[in-house]
Design a binder for this molecule. Sequence first.
Ligand SMILES: CC(C)(COP(=O)(O)OP(=O)(O)OC[C@H]1O[C@@H](n2cnc3c(N)ncnc32)[C@H](O)[C@@H]1OP(=O)(O)O)[C@@H](O)C(=O)NCCC(=O)NCCS
Length: 147
Amino acid sequence: MVDEITVLPVSDVDLGAIAALEAEAFDGGWSREAWAEQLDSPRTDVLVARAAGEVVGVIALSGVAEVVDLDRVIVRPDHQRSGLGRRLVDAGLAWAGETGAERVLLEVAEANAPARALYEDRGFRVIGRRAHYYGAGEDALVMEVNP
Ligand SMILES: CC(C)(COP(=O)(O)OP(=O)(O)OC[C@H]1O[C@@H](n2cnc3c(N)ncnc32)[C@H](O)[C@@H]1OP(=O)(O)O)[C@@H](O)C(=O)NCCC(=O)NCCS
């Protein structure tokens, strides 16, 4: 179903598609401008999955020295549960490994069972908790893996 996963150079067209994907699949609050900022930062990368030319998945990572943060992974609802999230995380971990990172960290909402299951599936373990990180009573779990 998904023909390739590519490393995406900054482009207005792609930014629009990524922002639209986020709006459809994840009410996480990153606007097109926030995605543009992410792409502008040094040591940041965004990997995009395309099917028939359309953006159906995205992962965003950023890193300094030995630590890379996994900032975002989103799969379009009609492509979920087909292994694409796993492929994106694996591609992101490979990117992190290539940059020399020793640790990949992320925050995930405790209530986000699909994302937690995906991260656990790829070897992430819970190393901490941030109380009320996403608002009152909405804790984040901090997870880590060695790429
Ligand atoms: C989390 C998300 C990226 C998973 O993408 P996906 O392509 O559906 O995941 P995969 O098909 O690769 O699933 C890999 C494994 O993760 C786990 N998993 C994924 N979705 C799950 C779900 N809804 N319930 C339980 N486990 C799930 C399973 O272990 C699965 O393996 P399996 O299908 O062999 O059982 C997707 O649900 C999504 O985009 N959610 C909205 C955005 C979001 O919350 N992103 C994370 C925070 S930035």
